[in-house]
Design a binder for this molecule. Structure first.
Ligand code: HEM
Length: 206
């Protein structure tokens, strides 16, 4: 029996949803296992999960365009809907944990002030989540049918902007705290920009 039959969104969506949900529970349990709740662990790990989901969402489209005949990327492409939704939900929990850590969860003005501050470069994280809100709301087939495919597709392209702003958030967390810049997200951004620049040149030539 061919493995290709199982590497499809039909099966993998369950694997992704169950794995991310279980890992999210594991992060919270692990953070609560010490005498004092380990906020740093909980926030960093949920941030990492949200980031991995977002990177997959963006990179799978790029890989599918670059290696069109290759079956694996074609099969994995529809999974981006699920990874995009998961990225948004986990990022919301990540931001909520930070507000709980700061003890301002019931104070809306303080939450807004923190969310749009440069501390931990939170403003970029907040902008990324705000960009994802309309994408999350319109992620259903019904919303797509109501909006029409081309308008819906145009809106979904904002996921690229959410990815760029999230990369800035992660890279500059240390910078605004007096530490250095984290290079990995910027490297991922550069590879992404290189990939799309290559596709652009190819399209113009042919
Ligand atoms: C799509 C949105 C977001 C993504 C993908 C994301 C991702 C991440 C990642 C990967 C880290 C860990 C960086 C490291 O290892 O140094 C992180 C840290 C952090 N994020 Fe986000 N984040 C997002 C949105 C937000 C928002 C909205 C807030 C708060 C308003 C926030 C607050 C923080 C804070 C405070 C830390 C540092 C935690 C610490 O060092 O103790 N993030 N984020």
């Amino acid at each position: 029996m061919s493995i290709r039959r199982f590497i499809t969104v039909r099966y993998l969506q369950w694997v992704v949803w169950v794995s991310v949900s279980l890992y999210w529970c594991f992060i919270i349990i692990q953070s609560a296992a010490t005498d004092v709740f380990d906020w740093h662990l909980a926030i960093t790990e949920t941030g990492n999960v949200a980031w991995i989901m977002l990177v997959f969402t963006i990179y799978i489209s790029l890989l599918q365009k670059l290696f069109r005949p290759y079956w694996l990327f074609n099969n994995l492409l529809p999974l981006r809907k699920h990874t995009g939704i998961l990225s948004f939900l986990v990022a919301c929990s990540h931001a909520l944990l930070q507000m709980l850590r700061m003890g301002i969860i019931a104070d809306a003005p303080a939450m807004l002030k923190a969310a749009f501050s440069l501390q931990y470069s939170m403003v970029f994280g907040t902008v990324s989540i705000l960009i994802m809100v309309p994408l999350f709301i319109t992620s259903t087939n019904r919303a797509m049918a109501r909006m029409g495919y081309s308008t819906w597709k145009m809106l979904q392209r904002f996921a690229h902007l959410a990815f760029i702003v999230a990369a800035i958030h992660i890279s500059f967390i240390g910078y605004f705290g007096g530490r250095g810049v984290e290079p990995e997200p910027l490297i991922l951004l550069a590879v992404y920009a290189g990939g799309y620049a290559y596709l652009f040149v190819q399209r113009r030539q042919g």
